[in-house]
Ligand binder design. Sequence first.
Ligand SMILES: CC(C)(COP(=O)(O)OP(=O)(O)OC[C@H]1O[C@@H](n2cnc3c(N)ncnc32)[C@H](O)[C@@H]1OP(=O)(O)O)[C@@H](O)C(=O)NCCC(=O)NCCS
Length: 183
Amino acid sequence: MTWLESRPPERIAGDGVVLQRAHADHIDGLVEAVQESLPELQRWMPWAIDDYGPAEAREWQQGCDDQWPAGGGFAYVILEDDRIVGTVGLINRLEPGWLEIGYWVRTPSTGKRLARRATAALIEATRTHLPEVEGVAIHHAVGNDASRSVPIGLDFVYVGESEPTPDRPFQQVTEAVWRLPLL
Ligand SMILES: CC(C)(COP(=O)(O)OP(=O)(O)OC[C@H]1O[C@@H](n2cnc3c(N)ncnc32)[C@H](O)[C@@H]1OP(=O)(O)O)[C@@H](O)C(=O)NCCC(=O)NCCS
């Protein structure tokens, strides 16, 4: 992870959204948002188990806290009017120079381009604060049409499909890969 030495801001203001570094204070709001979104999340996110609760949210937040100083990833809650409506983050698991972006949005809040607006704000912050980043990528399950609209709407370039491989143990299905060069 040594290629990435810069760190992004803990708070990023976007178009009608604020991204705030995931913090222990967000646990209750996260659990509520996940529980409300389980049917949709479970179609695509293996971590969205039936009885997702505070222990799972705490474990996720603790992992994010550990990764931030190490440059392993930067996770944010998405806030709309101070309410948690999802998460978005940069993940350092591609080749040096490239970061992957992941996101999910609370089901009753979908359809308002929150994912697109949150991702756009994160990309802008990446351009400004992480000068060693050459570009960002979005990987989504083939068939996840709602997710696909995010890279399309932000002018990512379609790279192709990628099959699960041993160097991506977290990937379980065939993914569509999109990239946006920043330099
Ligand atoms: C994918 C997800 C983040 C989209 O969030 P969102 O804030 O509603 O996204 P946006 O409003 O920016 O875009 C939604 C787009 O998908 C389209 N869409 C929504 N549901 C759709 C569906 N079932 N099939 C096709 N398109 C769909 C909308 O029409 C919209 O398209 P447009 O921007 O061209 O008008 C959200 O649905 C979600 O969290 N899903 C579950 C978790 C997930 O899939 N995360 C991504 C993993 S890669």
